[in-house]
Design a protein around this ligand. Structure first.
Ligand code: SF4
Length: 469
């Protein structure tokens, strides 16, 4: 039942909010109830699709009115090194007549058409508000279609009205646990097999990290889900270690895989020099703990020493240009702390960061790096950000696309560091790219131009003078 599944996700013991509770409160479960507007900024369906659509060789079929697919199609710049099928928008495009008569037959026909035309390894079928309200049973249709067509047809039961985008991410993860992970065996296994969970390969940034893992001899058994392949995700239960990149989104997947298959997991970050190194160390340590040869640790340390020296060498030329420049970091999650050390290493001064989307651990880590006095904003209002920028407290704002207009209105340089960005910022390569982008943004001549008074605001010429004089 969807209701039970939603409650189970709310009660997830690995979730930061639940970890903060006492044992007694935890026992009561999470009584958080949904309020109107909970889906503003992305509904549960959108969240589930964000989590699963990067499985690139599968077809993703949205059962609903066309606007649901329109809203969610390609809304993240998740890149694939193999199939491009995930970028085709499939939808049943429900009409008023379907609402009256039901659309289960239409859904089966759509699944059949996709299988016959594209022959994907699997089809994910997303439930949305309208068919959920009229009572279309997508689980029954998917089961029927899977039997008829001989393919995995996976129901993703996360209609928009059940809650927020983040809840949808987790429901997407539950879909993988219930229907995908553990359904296939890998062709072979090695002592170096890991899964990466909660990484979406935005702007292709995982490709900045993969060469390092290749150098260590670590094999990615499955990506969940950026640049993912369906059959690899299905055999993810044979990995030795799970790395969780965005704990907010898919902590339930990592925790339940530990519970079901005994795969230990750790949360790591690919952002910033020292965090990238810590991540490589953790992977090596956990793999050795699970039977990989001991020399992996020494090999990893050699790679870290070489890569760190190279990264700092490449960052050095920016130091003179950027020293003393003040940055307002308006992002969330791991980036709220993991970018701080690297940016400071390049001479930048961080005046504060938002922690609205950060977990308790993220905040603790930030305090450890910057001390108790550091500005951490839980809920900074747009007008406060604008005032801060106007009062010249920051030379540049790093944030997501949604807050860009606050910076642009205050005529302050702005750089996109969130999911819509086009430049990859992961690994040692990525931090050099980030500092280079900051430098380019700060020195862009457009800022001088936009700060000049508009011609119609300039003082009127004196009598007898022409405007040119
Ligand atoms: S699933 Fe519901 S809330 Fe989400 S886009 Fe479709 S209609 Fe809107």
């Amino acid at each position: 039942m969807l209701v039970d599944k939603v409650q189970e996700v709310f009660n997830e013991p690995g979730c930061a909010t639940n970890q903060d509770k006492s044992a007694k409160e935890r026992k009561k479960g999470c009584t958080k109830s949904l309020k109107p507007g909970a889906a503003a900024g992305g509904c549960a369906f959108d969240g589930a699709k964000i989590a699963l659509q990067p499985i690139a060789d599968a077809a993703h079929l949205v059962h609903g009115p066309i606007a649901c697919e329109g809203n969610s199609w390609d809304n993240r710049g998740s890149k694939s090194s193999h199939s491009q099928l995930y970028r085709t928008g499939f939808t049943t495009d429900l009409s008023e007549l379907d609402v009256i008569h039901g659309a289960e037959k239409k859904l089966f026909k759509a699944i059949k058409e996709i299988v016959l035309k594209y022959d994907p390894p699997a089809v994910f079928v997303y439930q949305t508000c309208v068919p959920a309200l009229i009572g279309d049973d997508i689980e029954a249709v998917c089961k029927f279609a899977a039997d008829k067509l001989g393919k995995p047809i996976i129901p993703v039961n996360a209609p928009g009205f059940v809650g927020s985008k983040n809840l949808g991410n987790k429901l997407g993860g539950e879909t993988l646990l219930d229907h995908v992970i553990g359904t296939r065996e890998p062709e072979y296994t090695t002592p170096y097999d890991i899964n990466i969970i909660g990484e979406y390969n935005l702007a292709g940034e995982f490709w900045q990290v993969k060469p390092l893992l290749d150098k260590m001899g670590v094999r990615i058994l499955s990506m969940i889900s950026g640049d993912g392949k369906y059959n690899e995700v299905a055999s993810a239960h044979r990995a030795k270690v799970n790395m969780l990149v965005c704990s907010q989104a898919l902590v339930n997947v990592a925790r339940k895989m530990e519970e079901r298959y005994g795969i230990p997991y750790f949360e790591g970050s690919f952002y910033g020099v020292s965090d990238m190194s810590d991540t490589l160390r953790n992977i090596a340590k956990l793999l050795v703990g699970r039977g990989a040869p001991n020399d992996l640790i020494a090999r990893t340390e050699t790679i870290i020493t070489e890569e760190e020296a190279r990264a700092w060498r490449r960052l050095a030329p920016y130091k003179d240009r950027l020293t003393g420049k003040r940055v307002l970091l308006f992002t969330g999650g791991v980036k709220s702390w993991s970018m701080v050390t690297a940016l400071e290493g390049a001479g930048l001064e961080i005046i504060g960061t938002s922690v609205k989307k950060s977990t308790k651990e993220d905040k603790e880590r930030l305090k450890k790096i910057k001390g108790e006095e550091f500005h951490m904003w839980e809920d900074l209002k747009p007008r406060d950000i604008a005032a801060m920028l106007r009062d010249a407290k920051a030379d540049i704002m790093l944030s997501g696309g949604r807050s860009q207009f606050i910076a642009l209105k205050a005529k302050v340089p702005w750089l996109d560091v969130n999911q819509e960005r086009h430049v990859a910022f992961a690994g040692y390569e990525g931090i050099v790219a980030l500092v280079e982008e900051i430098d380019k943004t700060l020195s862009n001549p457009i800022w001088r131009q936009v700060r000049l008074p508009a011609p119609w605001d300039a003082p009127a010429p004196a009598l007898g003078e022409t405007a040119a004089e």
